[in-house]
Ligand binder design. Structure first.
Ligand code: PLP
Length: 383
């Protein structure tokens, strides 16, 4: 009988399970070593030096490649280091199109490092295929970088549609899958070539480590990313790789719980008199709701919302008590941030306002606390 491949929640739970055959250790050992002794000249154990490869990191890299259904995975010291490595695929003179609503750090990288190094960056509303087709027809484009849902406005891009269009134009499709994780969205199965993660967020899940992951669909791109990873060196340390593996084990239960909380909180916010707008793909009123449903298994656990004015926004930040006023997302603890002042402060004011990243916008990363406590906290903070 052919073995049925286990469900994703089982594969997540078994991340790093029994990888050390010699001892049978259930948890992957932390190989806290910089280098490895050779058995003799020309006789490597397969590991030579931890920048090139480390057994603990290797287990995480194999695990994420399997989860995202790609050829190979690569672990970096942060999400930004992962994005920097992916941008290393492009040479000076080549051009990349990016979603116009992006994580602020990615925008800063594109503007202050990628562009000065000679890579052309064009921003487009990737939710509109006509806008992408328009850039493709005007410029010779080598890559497209997409967030869906976007951070923080939660705009949805049609991954199948964009990938088809990209393939026709020989454009490499890169998807930042941080907001969804492989539990909810599998960009490679929808046509993407490269997936990046800030594993700092849902994958590690406990707000205790930074990390970034890349998965490439083809052997050719994998080889290139592996080369860049070793040559530039922003690799994930063994202990941090272990923390991400441990986080992955509970991703399904954490995210299902946080997502259920987020759905209830979104319905609460929609009805609240001090809330003027709610951005959450789980709401049927969200413009990308049905498209998102076709390509992802759930809306995730991040909600952005606008309140009556900027003063109200700062008052909410001051008043929350169960919820922490802190950057980041995807952890077990509920966090609230002010994108215009924090994560997206490097985006020019006019661009921010055009996108809706205004001073009255807050972003809530819903955690796994009791939903009643979270709603009570938001109720008093919004008073
Ligand atoms: C946080 C984040 C990043 C950057 O990751 P770090 O781990 O903070 O370097 C990139 N993309 C998205 C969507 C993020 O939320």
């Amino acid at each position: 009988m052919k073995n049925r491949s286990p469900q994703i929640s089982t594969r997540l739970c078994h991340a790093g399970l029994c990888t050390d055959e010699k001892t049978g250790a259930i948890s992957t050992p932390i190989y806290q070593t910089a280098t490895f002794r050779h058995k003799g000249p020309g006789r490597s154990t397969g590991y030579d030096y931890s920048r090139t490869s480390n057994p603990t990191r290797h287990v995480l890299e194999k695990t994420i490649a399997d989860l995202e259904q790609g050829h190979s995975g690569f672990a970096f010291s942060s999400g930004m280091a992962a994005i920097a490595a992916v941008m290393g695929l492009f040479k000076p003179g080549e051009a990349v199109v990016a979603s116009d609503d992006l994580y602020g750090g990615t925008y800063r990288f594109f503007e202050t490092l990628a562009r000065p190094s000679g890579i052309k960056i064009f921003y487009a509303d990737t939710t509109n295929p006509l806008k992408i087709a328009d850039v493709f027809s005007r410029e010779k484009i080598s890559g497209i970088f997409i967030e869906t849902p976007t951070n923080p406005i939660m705009k949805i891009t049609d991954l199948r549609g964009v990938s088809k269009l990209a393939k026709k134009n020989n454009v490499l499709v890169i998807v930042d899958n941080t907001f969804m994780s492989p539990l909810l969205q599998l960009p490679i199965t929808l046509g993407a070539d490269v997936v990046v993660h800030s594993a700092t967020k849902f994958l590690a899940g406990h707000n205790d480590t930074l990390s970034g992951l890349v998965v490439a669909k083809s052997a050719r791109v994998s080889k290139r990313i592996g080369f860049i990873q070793n040559a530039s060196g922003a690799v994930l340390a063994p202990f941090d790789a272990w923390l991400v593996l441990r986080g992955l084990k509970t991703l399904a239960v954490r995210l299902e719980c946080a997502q259920a909380n987020a759905k209830r909180i979104a319905s609460f916010l929609v009805k609240h008199p001090s809330v003027t707008k709610v951005y959450f793909p789980g709401l049927s009123s969200h413009p990308g709701h049905s498209l998102h449903k076709r390509q992802a298994r759930g809306p995730g656990a991040v909600i952005s919302f606008s309140v009556t004015n900027a003063k109200k926004a700062t008052s909410v930040l001051r008043r929350v008590s169960i919820i922490s006023f802190a950057e980041s997302l995807g952890g077990v603890e509920t966090l609230i941030t002010h994108p215009a002042r924090q994560t997206h402060a490097d985006i020019p004011l006019a661009t921010r306002q055009c996108l809706g990243v205004t001073d009255d916008l807050l972003r809530l990363s819903v955690g796994i606390e009791d939903e009643k406590d979270l709603i009570a906290d938001l109720t008093q903070a919004l008073e």
